[in-house]
Design a binder for this molecule. Sequence first.
Ligand code: SF4
Length: 330
Amino acid sequence: MKHSNISIFVPHAGCPHQCSFCNQKTISGAQKPPSAQDVHTICRQAMSEVKDRQNCEIAFFGGSFTAIERGYMLELLEAAKCYIGENGFKGIRISTRPDFIDREILDILRAYGVTAIELGAQSMKDKVLSANERGHTTAEDVYKASGLIREYGFELGLQMMVGLYQSTMNDELDTMNSIIKIHPDTVRIYPVVVLKGTKLGELYESGEYKLMPFDTVVELCGRMLAEFDNKGIEVIKCGLHASDGVEGDMVAGYYHPAFRELCESLIYRQAVEKAVGEKCGTVKLAVNPSCISKALGHKKSNVEYFKKRGIDIKVVGDEEIPKYQCEIRG
Ligand code: SF4
């Protein structure tokens, strides 16, 4: 059964940090913080609409849930708690910073029925965390928080940002490998989007921050998707969603409404390339049935690409073939 979330955005007004990529004005001004009453209204409505409630979590997103004012955090949890359990939703999902996780906080989260915790790791390189003014400067915080979350038995999610200031290709791959070592249940990959009114925006305008080419980042994220999948780690997001409100405030960066599709098209292009070798004419390929459109490419880009090379690809589904792989048939 497919997992779903009832998303409640908690803007983090008054955050004591100023990360290089974050525009707190946009974040805190974009939406009014939800009240406990808002949580009741959203959950009541979802109770009547969501059929498979045991595969659905009430999700407080916004980045720093455990760093918001304590009384307010408890009010939100208290309200959400009314809708979880036997006839309600599976649990509560939150996202927060690694340096706002300790035993006291985890005891509270457990008591209120939180089931999954996502940490904004962003990078596992200390120099990148420091250059991007995350407010905590060691990846050790991510290891420690992840260990504690696991010890308490919560589902663990890690979020990473690709293309931050002073992060090299090797740093990106090191971050991926460190995350693989932690082996979270889920990962979100966010390619950087440079927003107006941020430190990254200033560094970009001054020429100090140079971004990798878009295609390089698509290739890198494609590689990450394949590696995480290969290690049994589910990537639940790759790229920002149009509804994340980035288009208006974006100065530069790696935004595309179908970013994940671009990455997956490339994974298949490379796999097909390897499989067809020197062949030309019509080539029949089998892929996992869930991946037929990914193999054909974003807007059939792979079909067109191979056509130019004199290859007419026909794709069929086969349950036996793992995701991101293909086999020649016939
Ligand atoms: S922790 Fe960083 S990303 Fe989160 S709200 Fe504060 S400044 Fe923004």
